[in-house]
Write a protein that binds this ligand. Structure first.
Ligand SMILES: [Zn+2]
Length: 270
């Protein structure tokens, strides 16, 4: 029996060696408090058959599956849901990531309190990307001396994985550093450009009425100080077949046909 034990089985024998089928006796304290949380080779649900089959215990991270950046389980970035791109758009438009102790990062997204549906969509997008993490919603003033109280909403979430999910994180302000999408992000955008455009417009864009002497047409604009982020917006417009024009720091989508395309998945802010 013992001859078939893999040589590396000691990896899970973090406590006193226990033969299969045996259990370590409960300690005096465990008997006193009535708990039975004895570690059984690290994971009660994990048994010898699992080990022989090459499976890993839940929550364990082997060196071959760990993310080299955050140490968590390796991310399946290509499998992220389309909502990730909406979140990316919100982050690029009006979000920031800050470093906290012990390798934890905080993502903050800023919203106008007058658009509750956008805030809800932002929260749903965070949840779809980080389903196990608590999302905080904070009402605050707009940051200007004349801002009304509670005119802004800040959504925030903590995670060690944020720099892996948003490799555009870096020191300084976004418009003062290069912002280039990673290859896996560009592949996702190629599949779902409308989600990124929606996030970008919902954060740093708007849809407004353009008027002339005898005409009135809706028009979209996207304003961002970063030329890189404006280029990301324009590239996504190409993917949905929409033309744009540029002004300093602003991109406009004005043709009736192009506005109609954006209206299919963006529309007025609410
Ligand atoms: Zn990671």
């Amino acid at each position: 029996m013992g001859s078939v034990r893999p040589a590396c089985e000691h990896v899970f024998a973090a406590y006193a060696p226990v033969r299969p089928g045996e259990e370590r006796p409960r300690t005096r304290r465990e008997r006193q408090v009535g708990v039975d949380d004895r570690p059984r080779d690290g994971n009660p649900a994990f048994d010898r058959q699992d080990w022989l089959a090459g499976r890993l215990p839940n929550g364990s991270v082997g060196a071959e599956v760990a993310c080299p950046r955050c140490g968590g389980p390796r991310h399946r970035l290509a499998d992220l849901p389309p909502e990730y791109l909406y979140l990316l758009g919100l982050y690029l438009g009006d979000g920031c990531i800050s470093a906290h102790p012990r390798g934890v990062y905080k993502l903050r997204l800023f919203f106008d309190a007058g658009y509750p549906q956008i805030i809800d969509a932002g929260e749903a997008a965070v949840r779809s990307v980080l389903p196990a993490n608590r999302i905080n919603r904070l009402h605050r003033s707009g940051g200007f001396a004349n801002s009304a109280p509670r005119s802004n909403v800040e959504l925030s979430v903590y995670s060690k994985s944020l720099p892996c999910l948003f490799p555009q994180h870096g020191p300084g302000r976004k418009h003062e550093r290069r912002i280039i999408l990673d290859e896996w992000q560009r592949a996702l955008v190629a599949k779902h450009p409308e989600h990124l455009l929606r996030g970008l417009i919902h954060s740093d864009g708007c849809r407004f009425m353009n008027t002339g002497r005898n005409w009135r047409h809706p028009r979209y604009s996207f304003s961002n100080q970063s030329e890189d982020i404006r280029r990301i917006f324009c590239n996504a417009c190409v993917l949905v077949g929409v033309r744009w024009t540029t002004a300093p720091r602003t991109v406009y989508v004005s043709r009736v046909r192009d506005v109609a395309v954006l209206d299919e998945f963006i529309g007025p802010k609410r």
